[in-house]
Design a binder for this molecule. Structure first.
Ligand SMILES: [Zn+2]
Length: 191
């Protein structure tokens, strides 16, 4: 269904991030090893999460990449991480590996820039605000990402803001414009 659009988005990302590729965790010994290491924190690293490392977006497996109806939205989220990594080659990976209050905050900053896309797409598809708040509190306050933003009321306020201001809550410039064009194509605004 979305194969044409998926190939088009991948080609666009290859132009933006030379060397960009999609990898599959189930076929990679080091991704499986990382999954074992992260098991106490995140039990779905290998099977449940897409992860950006350098210029590669790691998907759980090829089946999921080809058949997930939400793949375009997920790829747009990962695209923000790829841009941020490219533009902040030291700070971006450091804030994912190191721990400390300042770094936690920075990491939540990167993830807000990705999740703003998921939220705008969901909103256009009719997801109620309460569901979105519950999901975002799981993401930002839970262990999967190492409790990166443990502030439930700030998260709720942020979701409200995203529903009002859209992608511009977090993104700007060329990244905002191109992401907006893709979002409008995936989930056209309601009349
Ligand atoms: Zn992310």
């Amino acid at each position: 269904m979305h194969t044409g659009a998926l190939d088009e988005l991948c080609a666009q990302m290859q132009r933006e991030i030379p060397g960009f590729s999609v990898g599959f965790k189930d076929q990679s010994w080091h991704q499986r090893a990382l999954g074992t290491l992260l098991w106490p924190l995140n039990r779905s690293y290998v099977n449940g999460y897409v992860t950006v490392l350098g210029r590669t977006a790691w998907w759980p497996n090829e089946q999921r990449f080809r058949n997930d109806p939400k793949v375009l939205g997920t790829l747009l989220h990962e695209r923000v991480h790829l841009w941020d990594w490219r533009d902040n080659p030291l700070w971006f990976p450091a804030s994912y590996v190191l721990f400390g209050p300042v770094v936690w905050t920075k990491r939540a900053h990167w993830e807000r820039r990705g999740y703003v896309i998921d939220l705008v797409l969901q909103q256009r598809q009719g997801t109620p605000v309460e569901c979105q708040k519950k999901w975002m509190k799981q993401v930002f306050c839970g262990s999967d990402y190492g409790w990166m933003w443990p502030n439930p009321s700030a998260i709720e306020a942020w979701v409200d803001q995203v529903r009002e201001r859209g992608l511009a809550t977090e993104l700007d410039g060329a990244l905002l414009a191109s992401t907006q064009a893709w979002v409008d194509r995936i989930a056209p605004p309601r009349a």
